[in-house]
Design a binder for this molecule. Sequence first.
Ligand SMILES: Nc1nc2c(c(=O)[nH]1)N[C@H]1C(S)=C(S)[C@@H](COP(=O)(O)OP(=O)(O)OC[C@H]3O[C@@H](n4cnc5c(=O)[nH]c(N)nc54)[C@H](O)[C@@H]3O)O[C@H]1N2
Ligand SMILES: Nc1nc2c(c(=O)[nH]1)N[C@H]1C(S)=C(S)[C@@H](COP(=O)(O)OP(=O)(O)OC[C@H]3O[C@@H](n4cnc5c(=O)[nH]c(N)nc54)[C@H](O)[C@@H]3O)O[C@H]1N2
Ligand SMILES: [Mo]
Length: 746
Amino acid sequence: MNEDRNLRISRPGEVAGGLSAVTSALKMSFSQMGMLRAASTLLKVNQKDGFDCPGCAWPDPDDRRSMVEFCENGAKAVAEEATRKRVTPKFFKEWSLLALAEQSDYWLGGRGRLTHPMYLPSGTQHYQPISWENAFALIAKELKGLASPNEAIFYTSGRTSNEAAFLYQLFVRQFGTNNLPDCSNMCHESSGVALSRTIGSGKGSVTLEDFDHADCILVIGQNPGTNHPRMLATLQTAARRGCKIISINPLAETGLKRFSHPQEVMGLLGKSTELATHHLPVRINGDVALLKGLHKSLMEKPNFANLAFIQKHTEGFEAFRDNILMESWEKIVEQSGIEEEKIREVAQVLADSKALICCWAMGLTQHLNAVANIEEIVNLLLLGGHFGRPGAGACPVRGHSNVQGDRTMGIWEKPSPAFLAALGKEFQFTPPSAHGYDTVEAIQAMHGGKAKVFFAMGGNFISACPDTEFTAQALKQCRLTVHVSTKLNRSHVVTGKEALILPCLGRTERDIQARGPQFVSVENSMGVVHSSQGRLEPASEFLKSEPAIVAGLAKAVLGQDWDFLIEDYDRIRGRIANVVPGFENFPERIQRAGGFALPHPVRDRLEFLTDTGKAKFTVHPIPEWKLEPDNFLMMTLRTHDQYNTTIYGLDDRYRGILKGRRVVLVNPQDIRDRGFSDAQIVNLVSHFEGEIRRAERFQIVSYEIPRGCIATYFPETNVLVPVRSYAEGSQTPTSKSIVVSFEALG
Ligand SMILES: Nc1nc2c(c(=O)[nH]1)N[C@H]1C(S)=C(S)[C@@H](COP(=O)(O)OP(=O)(O)OC[C@H]3O[C@@H](n4cnc5c(=O)[nH]c(N)nc54)[C@H](O)[C@@H]3O)O[C@H]1N2
Ligand SMILES: Nc1nc2c(c(=O)[nH]1)N[C@H]1C(S)=C(S)[C@@H](COP(=O)(O)OP(=O)(O)OC[C@H]3O[C@@H](n4cnc5c(=O)[nH]c(N)nc54)[C@H](O)[C@@H]3O)O[C@H]1N2
Ligand SMILES: [Mo]
């Protein structure tokens, strides 16, 4: 736990990528995998005959694949999975639950791959090995003993393949519940809600090719240099042909300043490229104010809008215009923290744009008014008519590599009646129609004793969820908690009365079933479905694939034999083809190199599937934060060395924070004005409806961040995020706007 004693602070970087990205990636790859394994594995990432990178969901360039299509953080994600280290039954014999609970996430993840199914009997301190058969029997006994199927919760993280996800939701619905919360509830749920309401399709409307035609790209609330590094290559290509790039972010993230392509560092083009032509350091949650400012100054220009488009395809424009015109500049400037002149300058760039793409991620989706944030982005796109034409549209940049595909396959607590009807028809049963629990509701249900079995297909529920203490109590209330996992994590040590760990194959590994080697499929952030085939020897002979694990559940719990489906995943794909729109002839089409694109009514036909057939302008009040003088608004971020709750290392290289994570980034003037000093250690205290939550011992780091705003790292500060604080309309925890104060130590 004393990892932070060596904390070092230096200046934030000016250029992302470059040689340091290559060396950093190779260092981790070699240390985890050894040189030969590293080289042969990295050559297969995102190749047409290779496996999908388990990193982010950014698409692969179709015709431009270089021999090595990977990035620094993709390489780290691969090394994390392909490590040679192992967590065996012997390890669990040596380590008690209590001893494990004292270790950091970094340490837990660093132990290596899980090798055997493990069982924690009630009242004991050590996991012990269990056969797969007995593990399934135990789950069946607990599930069948429930008073109602709705007392069980089935969580999914976004790495699960389409084939596994489809079978999993089928199993859960045949068992009798829609309790299918997923990581998306904490991630892009707000985007799905906002886009469905306004343009009638919950997914982004651009393809990778559109980036070649855009004349302006807005990157708002996203840090691609760390979280979607391959996107920087796309931005670089755009910047080189003169496309304007606007960054809206409280931080001037290195990844948006300049980029040097790791694969070009040795070549002629090896010079770094300036990316963002404009940067607006908006205050945390100041985006509605800022976007309304942009709309307001657009409205004052002649030909500010595409009136023909607005008239033909939209509704609600008059109310939107009237509301914008009466909004005062004073309030816009105060709440956004950006001068009127700067807003007008960027509005001119937007007014000149004939093809605008807006990209966003967690900086917009994890606020109280997150849905409004995204609806204001839609307003901006509608004003210029930026839908249904090349180089323009909405681009929510997804997180987990198959989070979008999991939803498409039916992992959702609020399935549509049409989906349920198709599923019921194909498998001849009546799926439950009542909505299930999302993530926040699932935590509450377990805490209140309404849910008693928790099953997780991947992920790290306790560390990813808000309100760590509350969520821990919720899980501890359960009779049984089960985790299908590749690596050890905190969710394995915060358990119900009994617990199981079921170890599974990862993306990089060979999956051999009765009819030979199998591949799976995934859907990227832009709706392209393609195959993924692992090549490495599995980490242990006792691992099962995720589809095989679901089939094991179906046999033990439902008495159904799904062996036929598992023998050959094409048979699962055949069933998917009959249920999910857009997947017709799935087994044949998935064979195409590069996969196939799912239909998108807005992009393909300019068709808005809303109740009126029109896209909707919407009106939102500017949120007005009135913080007490000693309070700050806090956002929780990812460092450059982590994948969500998986910590690869202790450096946040681009931000110049090295060898430690318990830091709080504060504006230098705020540090002085409020009587603190740089490098001082403080406790962070959250104040939500009079409740106090505390995170101890964080070092103050002076950083260029708007006044009144602070930043810390996720998941260390999840203890401060109240479970009852979530976005209106999407119930996404407000991980990017928490009110906290500092408590000086002794
Ligand atoms: N290497 C790596 N890759 C990843 C992940 C990872 O952990 N590591 N996670 C994956 C997942 S699941 C996801 S969802 C994505 C996450 O990708 P991001 O959304 O890029 O991740 P965050 O670190 O949450 O960064 C949010 C960004 O929004 C900014 N921001 C915060 N609050 C506001 C605000 O109020 N307004 C504006 N305009 N900006 C704000 C922050 O300064 C930061 O730059 O990345 C995916 N890819
Ligand atoms: N404060 C705060 N909280 C947040 C966020 C934030 O920005 N701030 N971001 C939120 C977001 S965007 C997300 S997406 C969630 C992430 O929530 P989760 O998806 O639940 O968390 P991860 O850390 O991605 O899960 C990591 C674990 O997944 C397992 N795993 C890895 N690969 C596989 C695989 O192939 N199969 C299986 N079965 N298991 C595998 C490993 O055991 C690993 O320990 O966290 C959310 N929580
Ligand atoms: Mo995410």
